[in-house]
Design a protein around this ligand. Structure first.
Ligand code: FAD
Length: 538
């Protein structure tokens, strides 16, 4: 249970600044590790706007590990049919004259035949769930699991020295200020990250792609849309440029309307009356009753910081990389950032790893953020609108299979028997890649990925008893759980998949990435040395 204002902590192991997807996921991952934290969020609650509408495959794997993937799917069930891009002079005309965008009744693009091979590589698929529905699921879970989350609290300043970070936090309801220290500060404070600015972190990338007003509104379009459900409608006419996002394909919609500060246009120019008229113009339904629910100006951009660690301060999520919405990767990449960092912070805070382990965060995650920021920028045309041709071109990486390879001191290379392709597809246990997925049962309920619960894993390709004996011969500081596939047939399938011999083993980090491939001839001392190396103690 969250402490009361009277018991505001004077010290926390980790201070998380920002309660969006990245901050809330960080809270859950630290909780899984048993590490104390304080999460502060300047707003009184989670996002009221739908913004992000889908979570990719890897995000769903992380949520599965945290026991929340089913809850997220359930929260977003009614939104499933949002798929397909339309373009035209107005929506009503386009729906009446163009074939249905989602004739195949796809509920997630990963179901398309072209992505079939993805299904074999993960127990999960991407899911539709808007931000306003997903964030409360994460928040409630973090609170129910005993986290200290304070909404209406903002970081006003911070400083760091060799031992800790000192932060000033203001309660926005009462104006009360608190000073506390933290071993580490995790800045998940969004695209305009005050922390990033205070650190003078340099960014690179395509930069600004235009200013938009996110107009979230209610209008019953059921009669027009039924059987013609879609995801996005692009409009680029002399009097209006923007994109309409289907939230539930019935009565909830977001129009992202381009405006031009360089021509002296300001958000305040767009009064309710002006917006209502523009909405009816875009919908092509001049008499339609509608209600504007909220309006939020935002800048579309693609930028990445060059460094994600500044001493005891880490940047993650939009604070580290901004993206256009077209790749659907902003929330996903942020969640994966903090999943990478949480176990490292935990190992260092528990004294099991050297602080050098934290130095591996930026080299492992910054290139992934930069890749998706660049790709999302590439998907925008010169007007900042989605290029449907680019959507097709980049289809596969957008699905979210973690087909990337980490390279850092926390991945060992000495026993690498495989050449690592530029893209790690398919995932077969290469060093620096996510543990391969294989079903453990005929019902396809349990996957090898379900072994990932925040501890080191040793996955034996058979001969588990030998590995058990080696484990009992060494004293490891960290918890390491031994697994092997349950039947001879599955063990054989695992050996084929991972290119291992009977008795070999994969050493897997707590984030599910393969750190070392151990031959059957390894000794207990070899195993202990590998774990020490991953923890950057050797
Ligand atoms: C139209 C649109 C569609 C999108 N679609 C997708 C999609 O389909 N899939 C996807 O993965 N992503 C999508 N995104 C991107 C996604 O919404 C963002 O990348 C994601 O929400 C960022 O999460 P975050 O936690 O990093 O930052 P945020 O959600 O911005 O959270 C940062 C939080 O920090 C708080 N904060 C800031 N300063 C302080 C302070 N000093 N003290 C305390 N709190 C502070 C803010 O109030 C904010 O709540 C979309 C974005 C848009 C605009």
């Amino acid at each position: 249970m969250a402490a009361t204002a009277a018991t505001f902590p004077s010290h926390v192991p980790v201070l998380i600044v920002g309660g969006g997807f990245a901050g809330l996921t960080a809270a859950l991952c630290l909780q899984q590790q048993g590490i104390g934290y304080l999460l502060i969020e300047r707003h009184p609650g989670t996002s009221l706007l739908p913004k992000s509408r889908s979570l990719d495959l890897r995000s769903m794997e992380i949520l599965r590990e945290l026991g929340l993937s089913a809850a997220i799917r359930e929260a977003g069930r009614a939104l499933a049919l949002a798929w397909g891009v339309l373009r035209g002079p107005n929506l009503a005309h386009t729906l009446a004259t163009q074939p249905p965008a989602n004739a195949e009744r796809v509920t997630h693009p990963s179901q398309l035949a072209m992505f079939e091979r993805l299904a074999a590589q993960s127990p999960e698929s991407g899911a539709r769930c808007t931000q306003d529905l997903a964030e409360p699921v994460l928040r409630q879970a973090a609170e129910a699991r005993g986290g200290d989350l304070r909404f209406s609290h903002e970081l006003t300043q911070f400083a760091q020295d060799a031992d800790h970070v000192t932060a000033t936090v203001r309660n926005r309801d009462t104006g009360t200020e608190h000073t506390l220290t933290a071993d580490y500060l995790l800045a998940t404070d969004g695209a305009n990250s005050p922390t990033r600015r205070a650190l003078h972190a340099t960014t690179s990338g395509r930069g600004s792609l235009g200013h938009y007003l996110n107009v979230y509104f209610e209008a019953d379009l059921t009669a027009h849309v039924r059987g013609h459900e879609f995801s996005m409608f692009l409009v680029q006419e002399p009097d209006v440029t923007g994109f309409l996002l289907a939230i539930n394909n019935t009565d909830r919609w977001s129009l992202h309307l381009r405006y031009h500060p360089e021509q002296s246009q300001q958000p305040a120019d767009f009064t309710d009356l002006v917006l209502q008229s523009l909405l009816r113009r875009v919908l092509g339904l001049p008499e339609l009753p509608l209600r504007i629910l909220s309006v939020l100006p935002w800048e579309m951009s693609a930028r990445t910081v060059e460094q994600e660690q500044f001493g005891r301060v880490f940047l993650a999520g939009d604070a580290a990389h901004t993206m256009t919405p077209y790749a659907g990767k902003g929330a996903a990449t942020g969640m994966q950032d903090v999943h990478n960092l949480a176990w490292k912070l935990a190992a260092v805070l528990r004294g099991q790893a050297s602080p050098a382990l934290l130095v591996t965060y930026s080299p492992e995650r910054q290139p992934i953020g930069a890749f998706f920021a660049h790709l999302s920028g590439d998907m925008a045309d010169t007007q900042g609108l989605l290029s449907p041709a680019k959507l097709k071109e980049h289809g596969l990486p957008l699905m979210g299979l973690p087909d990337y390879t980490y390279r850092s001191a926390a991945i060992l290379t000495a026993d690498d028997q495989l050449t690592t392709p530029a893209s790690a597809l398919p995932l077969v246990g290469q060093l620096g890649t996510r543990l391969p997925h294989l079903w453990l049962d005929d019902a396809h309920d349990t996957s090898t990925l379900d072994w990932c619960r925040g501890s080191f894993l040793l996955v034996a390709s058979g001969e588990a008893a030998l590995w058990q004996a080696r484990l009992s011969d060494v004293a490891l500081d960290c918890s390491l759980v031994l697994h092997e596939l349950p039947t001879p047939a599955r063990r054989q399938a695992w050996q084929q998949l991972t290119h291992t011999q009977p008795g070999d083993a994969l050493l897997v980090r707590p984030d599910g990435f393969v750190a070392a491939r151990l031959p059957a001839t390894s000794t207990a001392a070899d195993l202990a040395a590998k774990v020490q190396q991953v923890l950057t103690l050797a």
